[in-house]
Structure formats: structure tokens, C-alpha cells
Design a protein. Structure first.
Ligand code: DAH
Length: 339
């Protein structure tokens, strides 16, 4: 009898499987109600007194070995289940890569760039940290000019004077300083203003600046360009030009597009009028040309500057500008299908 138990101990300790069903069979065979161990215990009373001690020890040993074996095999089965390579069907097609989405500001910026690119505008860029000359003085905004207050400025340093550019018009100057007419350029970029943050305005935002300088450029050219641009971006919408003032253009105008009032967001963004001001524009002031060494008797031109956020908010029906800067994946993932 004891020899039989010894044999079982050997069997149990050498048992091996990677099939959970086999393991369960093993458990029942050894530890089940009608299994080996309970049957050996049941036979305990029939064993000779002299052998009882050795017999008891043997059963206990068998029990211990069986339990250890079970633990061991369970652990290795679990490890296999969790391991990355186990049970992999290597012929399965790969799962789709999750694509990111582009930011709505980038999408609108690129649309604007494409529209002007088609009619021969190139792209120019300038620094976000600017000096007084490029941001103000060369744009016909000398020191103490009251129009400087139109844009609350973040100043960085007095001497040398450094500030965060308040508009992309500074790139006009840089471009004219380095290129002779004919000039057709657009300059997208980020700008900064020391303004309170609210649903409608932020202390930084994005603009696209446009500049066209050549011989005999007239206000009619500006208007046609604007009509082309707004038709491309907004579809068949009306625009209107309101006389306005900018120190760097003369005459100057602000451009509104008629978007309509089809949603509550439209009401909010257009302040209940259906019209949205999208840009400032005008004929480049001769002083500005002269500041960049361009002969204002020979050349004339137009310029315009627009805010990207406003356009994005209207086209995507976004009510609060702040959501554009929060990098909330739930918001951004909605632009996955936009190009
Ligand atoms: N720089 C102006 C602003 O930020 C926008 C602007 C108006 C740009 C008229 C221009 C322009 O080029 O001609 O408010």
C-alpha cells in the first residue's frame, strides 16, 4: 500500500500539462471526493498499527506534493494566458492604427493658405518675438501714436526693445525689407495680446496676413481678391466692406461676411446679426512702402489680416474660444475626418 502511495507521489510530482482541462482532471483524480487521497485516508483504519505512522506520513506527503503541483501548473497557465505571444494567430490581419486628428486651427489655416496659393501667393513667416520697428513703427505707428492702444501689448524688454507681436502685419515689413515687388505673400502665425480671457477672446490667437504689391494695384483688385477668397472658403456668401481705420493702410476697411442665423451658435458668434467681421484690409500706406525702401510712386498694393479662430468657430460651430487651446481629446477627435 505504502509503495503504491510512493508511486503516486512520483506521478503527481512529475505530472505536467498546459491544458487547463487536463489540470482539472488531475485535481479531481487526486483531491476529489472520490480521488486517490481520500480513498487512502479511508483505508487508514485497515492499515497495521505498526505501519500506520509511515502510512500517514506518506499520504500527507502525497497531499502536499499534489497541492504544490496544482499551484505551480496554475501559475504557469496564467502566465501563458497573459503573455503577448501565446495563442496569437500570426496570420490575422493587423489591427488598424488609430490615426490622430489635426487641430481645427491648423485645418482652417491650411485651407486659407491653399486658397491664396492657387492665385500665386507664397508663404512667409516671421518671429513671434518682435521689435518695436517691425510691429509698430514701420507700420506707420510711431511712438506715442494713439493707435498703438488698439492692441494691448505684452512687452518683454525695453532696451533692446522686444515684445510679443500683436499682429502678423510685422511679417509684411520683414518681407518687404527683403524682397522687391512684385510681392504676393501670405503670412500665417500666432499673435499675442494682453487681453482678458473669455469665451470670445484670448491672450494669444492666430492670424493670416496678406500682402500684394505691384504696379497699378487698385482697391478693385483687393475687392476681387476678397470675393474670390470668401467664395472659396465660405461658399456663396455675401460680403460687405465697412470703412475703417488702420495706420498702415489708406483707405482701410473691415470685411464682414453674411453667414446667416441658422443656429444658436450663429446668434452668439455674430451677436445676433448674421454678419461676422473676418478681417481688416486696405491699400498699403505709402509711408509703409517707403519705410521698407519701396518706391511708393512706382508701386502700390493692398494688405489684409484675418483671425483664424473666429473663422474656425463659425465654420465648426464652436461657441467658446478657450476650448481650442485645452487639448481635450474628446474635442479634438471630432476633427478626424476633416482635411
Ligand atoms: N493687423 C490688423 C489687426 O491685427 C489687421 C489688419 C488690418 C491687417 C488691415 C492688415 C490690414 O494687413 O491692411 O487687427
Amino acid at each position: 500500500m505504502i509503495a503504491e502511495i510512493q508511486k503516486r507521489i512520483k506521478e503527481a510530482s512529475t505530472f505536467i500539462t498546459n491544458d487547463p482541462k487536463e489540470l482539472e482532471k488531475f485535481r479531481i483524480e487526486y483531491l476529489g471526493k472520490k480521488g486517490h487521497i481520500s480513498s487512502y485516508f479511508a483505508q487508514f483504519k485497515k492499515v497495521n498499527v505498526s505501519e500506520k505512522k509511515e502510512y500517514g506520513l506518506a499520504i500527507n506527503e502525497l497531499k502536499k506534493v499534489t497541492h504544490l503541483k496544482l499551484e505551480d501548473l496554475k501559475k504557469s497557465l496564467n502566465a501563458k494566458k497573459n503573455s503577448k505571444t501565446a495563442n496569437k494567430d500570426l496570420t490575422r490581419p493587423a489591427s488598424m492604427l488609430e490615426l490622430g486628428s489635426r487641430h481645427p486651427i491648423s485645418i482652417i489655416r491650411d485651407k486659407i493658405i491653399d486658397i491664396f496659393y492657387k492665385i500665386g501667393f507664397n508663404i512667409s513667416e516671421g518671429p513671434e518675438i518682435e521689435d518695436d520697428w517691425h510691429n509698430f513703427t514701420a507700420l506707420n505707428l510711431p511712438e506715442h501714436h494713439p493707435a498703438r492702444d488698439m492692441q494691448d501689448t505684452f512687452f518683454i524688454n525695453k532696451n533692446p526693445d522686444l515684445l510679443l507681436r500683436t499682429h502678423t502685419s510685422s511679417v509684411q515689413i520683414r518681407h518687404m525689407e527683403n524682397n522687391q515687388p512684385p510681392i504676393r505673400t501670405i503670412s500665417p502665425g500666432r499673435v499675442y495680446r494682453n487681453e482678458d480671457i473669455s469665451a470670445r477672446s484670448h491672450c494669444f490667437f492666430h492670424q493670416v496676413e496678406g500682402l500684394y504689391i505691384d504696379k497699378n494695384v487698385s482697391f478693385a483688385d483687393l475687392k476681387q481678391t476678397l470675393i474670390y477668397f470668401t467664395k472659396e472658403l465660405f461658399g456663396n456668401s455675401k460680403i460687405r466692406l465697412r470703412p475703417s481705420y488702420f495706420p498702415f493702410t489708406e483707405p482701410s476697411a473691415e470685411v464682414d461676411i453674411y453667414w446667416g442665423l441658422n443656429s444658436e451658435t450663429d446668434y452668439r458668434i455674430t451677436k445676433g446679426t448674421g454678419w461676422l467681421e473676418i478681417m481688416g484690409c486696405g491699400m498699403v500706406d505709402p509711408n509703409v512702402l517707403e519705410n521698407c525702401n519701396i518706391d511708393s510712386n512706382e508701386y502700390s498694393g493692398f494688405a489684409f489680416g484675418m483671425g483664424i479662430e473666429r473663422i474656425a468657430m463659425l465654420l465648426y460651430q464652436i461657441e467658446d474660444i478657450r476650448i481650442l487651446y485645452q487639448n481635450d481629446a474628446r474635442f479634438l477627435s471630432q476633427f478626424k475626418n476633416s482635411i
